[in-house]
Design a protein around this ligand. Structure first.
Ligand code: GLN
Length: 530
C-alpha cells in the first residue's frame, strides 16, 4: 500500500480536506482503490464534545465514530469505507500512551513524545482495510503549529520505514495575490516548505491555492526554491463548484505524477462520473428557495453535510437551490410568516440545547399548518413531535425533557440506557441502526418501497412511546421504527410532505447518489412552489 500525506501551510481553511477528497476521487478514476485518514492534532479524543463554533459539524460514521467534517468530504467524493481508525486525534494517541504507561507496559522507561507518542501515531497510519491501494492521510492544522510537530515527525519516520518511494508528500499552500502589485506572491509558500524541510520532510507536490493563474515564471520560481520538480507544482484555483476539483487536478497532471512516483501502471483515467455531475449542474433550471432554520446559520461549516445533501437533491431535480439560513433565535410567532414567505420548503436540522427552540417550533408549525414541505432531522424531528403534541393533540406544556425536565407531557425523553450515562464523550446513540419502514407511508414511497433501511444516528433523546396512540389519533403517523421499538420517523398524514427522522440522512448522501429523503424533499418543495 502507498501513502500520500497531505499537510497545509501558511493559513488554515485552504481546503486541504477537499483537496485530499478530490485526489481520492481522481485516483479512483484511474481504477485505484483508496482509503483516507484524518489526523487531528488537538487534545480532544474526538470532536463529539466540541461546539460547532469551535469545530463545525461533527460527522458520524457507520460504526458510530464521531469525526471531523473532512471525513464527510472523503465519503462524498470516494467509495472508501471509513471507520473509527480513519479519524485519529492527538487526544486518542495520548490517551492510549498514558493508559499503557499506567498498565506498566513501558517497563520502567521514561515515556516521551519521541519515540512513544510518534510510535503510536505511526502504528495508526497503517489503515490497511484489505482493499485499498493508496491511503491518503491529511494532517489537520498548519505546518509550524506546535501540537502538529509529533505528527510531522511520525510522518517523516514512517517514510523512512516503508521506503521513500512508497510515500508521497503533498503540501497545500496559499499563493496570495496582491492587487496593488498585481502579483501572485510565492514567499509564504517558500517559507512553509522551508519549515517542512527543517523537519526532514521534502514535499513532492505543492498544491498551490490561488485565485489567479500561475505564470510559468511563478511555477519555475516555486519549483526551484521549494525543491519540487516542475510537474509537482500544481495550480489549484478557486472554483465555483467543488465537483470541478478532480478534473482540475487531472488537467494539472496530478494523477500521472502520482502514478509515476509510485511506479504504478498508468491505466486510463475515466473522469466521466465527475463530468456527469458538472453536466447536471449546468442543466439546473428551476429556481427554488427553502429555509434552513437553525442556531448556527452564520457558521459556514456547522451544517455542512445538510447543505451538501440539499445540493445533491437539487442536482437530481435540476433545480437552482437557494437555501435561506434562518436564525432560530430571532423567529417568533409574529415574524415567522414574513421570514419564511418566499420559502417553498422548511428544514430543521439536528441540534442540542435550549437556544432557538421556540423559533424552530414556530417554523415547524408554520410549515405544518400551511402545507409547506417539511424535513426535520433529529432535533428537527423531536421538535416536530413536541409542536404536534402541543398544538394538534392538545397536550399543553408538552416538551422534550432535554429542555423542560418537569414537563407534564414528556413526549421526547432520554433513552433508557442514556439515563445511566455519566461521561458525555462518545456515549450517545451513535452510528448506523436499522429502521423498518411502515408500508403505505410517505417514508416508504421516499425509499422506493424498501422495507428496511440503515441510517446513522447521534442523539440521546427519543420519541416517548407512551404518547404514540395519543399522537396517532390526531393524525401523526409513525412511519419508521427500530426493530427494538424506538421510533425513528414520524409524518403528518394530512399534509403533502411532512417528515421527521430521528437519524441523520445527510451523512449518506453523495453527488452521484442523493439521499432519497433530500431528493424527495426538494421534489416536494418544487411541486409546492409551482
Ligand atoms: N439533542 C437531541 C438529542 O440528544 C437531538 C440531537 C441531534 O439533533 N443530533 O437527542
Amino acid at each position: 500500500m502507498r501513502h500520500i500525506f497531505i499537510t497545509g501551510g501558511v493559513v488554515s481553511s485552504l481546503g486541504k480536506g477537499l483537496t485530499a477528497a478530490a485526489l481520492g476521487a481522481l485516483l479512483e478514476c484511474r481504477g485505484l482503490r483508496v482509503t483516507l485518514q484524518k489526523l487531528d492534532p488537538y487534545l480532544n479524543v474526538d470532536p463529539g464534545t466540541m461546539s460547532p463554533f469551535q469545530h463545525g459539524e461533527v460527522y458520524v460514521l457507520d460504526d458510530g465514530a464521531e469525526t471531523d467534517l473532512d471525513l464527510g468530504h472523503y465519503e462524498r467524493f470516494t467509495h472508501a469505507k471509513l471507520g473509527r481508525g480513519n479519524s485519529v486525534s492527538a487526544g486518542q494517541i495520548y490517551e492510549t500512551v498514558l493508559l499503557r504507561e499506567r498498565r506498566g507496559d513501558f517497563l520502567g522507561q521514561t515515556v516521551q513524545v519521541i519515540p512513544h507518542v510518534t510510535d503510536e501515531i505511526r502504528a495508526r497510519l497503517h489503515v490497511d482495510d484489505g482493499v485499498a491501494d493508496v491511503a491518503i492521510v491529511e494532517l489537520g492544522g498548519t505546518v509550524g503549529d506546535m501540537e502538529g510537530m509529533p505528527f510531522l515527525e511520525a510522518l517523516r519516520q514512517f517514510a523512512l520505514d516503508v521506503g521513500r518511494s512508497n510515500v508521497l508528500f503533498g503540501h497545500v499552500t496559499l499563493l496570495p495575490y496582491l492587487r496593488m502589485a498585481d502579483e501572485v506572491k510565492t514567499k509564504p509558500a517558500q517559507q512553509s516548505v522551508a519549515t517542512l524541510r527543517t523537519l526532514g520532510i521534502q514535499p513532492d507536490i505543492l498544491f498551490c491555492r490561488t485565485e489567479r493563474h500561475l505564470s510559468d515564471e511563478v511555477r519555475k520560481k516555486l519549483s526551484l526554491f521549494c525543491n519540487v520538480p516542475a510537474p509537482g507544482v500544481v495550480q489549484e484555483l478557486d472554483v465555483t463548484s467543488i465537483y470541478a476539483v478532480p478534473a482540475m487536478l487531472h488537467d494539472e497532471g496530478v494523477d500521472r505524477f502520482i502514478l509515476d512516483h509510485f511506479g504504478l501502471p498508468a491505466t486510463p483515467c475515466d473522469l466521466s462520473p465527475w463530468a456527469k455531475v458538472r453536466e447536471m449542474e449546468r442543466r439546473r433550471r428551476h429556481p427554488l428557495t427553502i429555509a434552513l432554520v437553525g442556531k448556527y446559520v452564520d457558521l459556514q461549516d456547522a451544517y455542512k453535510s445538510v447543505y451538501e445533501a440539499l445540493e445533491h437533491g437539487a442536482l437530481a431535480c435540476s433545480c437552482r437551490l437557494d437555501v435561506v439560513r434562518v436564525d432560530s433565535e430571532i423567529v417568533d410567532e409574529g415574524n415567522v410568516m414574513g421570514m419564511l414567505k418566499d420559502c417553498s420548503g422548511v428544514l430543521v436540522p439536528g441540534g442540542f440545547g435550549n437556544r432557538g427552540i421556540l423559533g424552530k417550533m414556530c417554523a415547524i408549525r408554520h410549515a405544518r399548518e400551511n402545507g409547506i414541505p417539511y424535513l426535520g432531522i433529529c432535533l428537527g424531528m423531536q421538535l416536530a413531535v413536541v409542536e404536534f403534541a402541543r398544538n394538534r393533540a392538545g397536550l399543553a406544556g408538552a416538551h422534550s425533557t432535554e429542555f423542560d425536565p418537569a414537563t407534564p407531557h414528556p413526549v421526547v425523553e432520554p433513552m433508557e440506557e442514556q439515563k445511566r450515562v455519566s461521561n458525555m464523550g462518545g456515549s450517545m446513540r451513535l452510528g448506523s441502526y436499522p429502521c423498518h419502514v411502515a408500508r403505505h407511508s410517505l417514508l416508504s414511497r421516499v425509499y422506493g418501497g424498501q422495507e428496511r433501511v440503515d441510517e446513522r444516528h447521534r442523539h440521546r433523546y427519543e420519541f416517548n412511546g407512551h404518547y404514540r396512540t395519543a399522537l396517532e389519533d390526531c393524525g401523526m403517523a409513525i412511519s419508521g421504527v427500530h426493530p427494538g421499538g424506538l421510533v425513528e420517523a414520524v409524518e403528518v398524514v394530512a399534509h403533502p410532505w411532512f417528515v421527521g427522522v430521528q437519524f441523520h440522512p445527510e451523512f449518506r448522501s453523495k453527488p452521484h447518489g442523493p439521499h432519497p429523503l433530500f431528493r424527495e424533499f426538494i421534489a416536494a418543495s418544487l411541486r409546492h412552489c409551482q
